[in-house]
Write a protein of this length. Structure first.
Length: 278
């Protein structure tokens, strides 16, 4: 019995997370590590920026020198090759160019891009020049991008008000060279939240009842890392999206109700803790 329990605790896969730090612990690298760990995946990191923030908002963003982000990526991969990469906050053209360089150098096949642009409180986290460079250089290098409604509007120039608008925007992103897209529908006001997965071969709409709470800080980071974790373990992209959405919904439903603003979700919702040692 003890040996069986130890077997269940083994690492399922390894991922590298390239993203910014969130001092509140609810989003960014901190949320990414919690998510991967709770799903049995080993997480390495390359930090792109340090943010000063809490559940009420972002106070400042301190960029890490782009070359140091690149060095973190190279140092990690030279020692432990990841099964997949998740890319989050890329605040400048310099760091995007370095990430692009690293993707060319190591050619990791499974890459998920969460195009983080605006914080939950409304603070902008990326320059306009960086957005254009991201579209030009990274879109064709990744397996999937996971924009929310505001991000999809920025990337496509389209106004998104309906499910049909989401599908139109997803297909426009495919035209930009992205192999697969998951547009998250949480920003639309409806009782049902539709998240739409699209590539050139298929489309899948994941529909779930809305969970009414203000505590959704870090849901985007968490979802993209959950998808990366499942994808790194051999699930298909579509199945990884389905499982990632289920994980996030449970994390929202069981959120710890802490903080004075948009509180965090419960990244430990997937763990069934048992007393192994007395």
């Amino acid at each position: 019995m003890f040996q069986k329990r130890l077997k269940n605790l083994r690492i399922k896969s390894k991922i590298l997370i390239i993203a910014g730090s969130d001092s509140s612990g609810g989003a960014g690298i901190q949320a990414d590590i919690k998510t991967a760990t709770s799903l049995g995946v080993y997480a390495m990191t390359a930090v792109t920026a340090v943010t000063v923030q809490n559940t009420k908002g972002v106070q400042s963003v301190v960029p890490i020198p782009a070359n140091e982000t690149y060095n973190q990526i190279v140092c990690s991969i030279n020692d432990i090759k990841p099964d997949a990469i998740k890319i989050g906050m890329l605040h400048s053209t310099q760091v995007i160019n370095k990430v692009y360089k690293s993707l060319n150098k190591f050619k990791i096949e499974k890459v998920i891009l969460d195009p983080v642009m605006v914080a939950k409180g409304g603070a902008k986290l990326i320059t306009d020049q960086a957005i254009q460079l991201m579209k030009k250089r990274l879109f064709k290098k990744v397996s999937l991008i996971t924009p929310n409604i505001p991000e999809a509007e920025i990337l496509t120039g389209l106004k998104i008000s309906t499910k049909e608008d989401m599908i139109l925007a997803a297909n426009k992103l495919i035209e930009f060279g992205v192999p697969s897209v998951l547009i998250k529908g949480g920003h639309l006001e409806s009782k049902i939240v539709n998240d739409i997965f699209v590539n050139k071969k298929e489309m899948k709409i994941f529909s779930n009842k809305r969970i009414y709470t203000k505590n959704t800080h870090g849901t985007g980071c968490t979802l993209s890392t959950a998808i990366t974790s499942f994808f790194s373990c051999g699930k298909t992209l579509k199945k990884s999206c389905e499982l990632g959405i289920k994980y996030v919904n449970l994390a929202i439903l069981t959120n710890p109700k802490i903080g004075k603003g948009h509180g965090p979700i419960n990244h430990l919702s997937s763990i069934n803790l048992k007393k192994m040692f007395k």
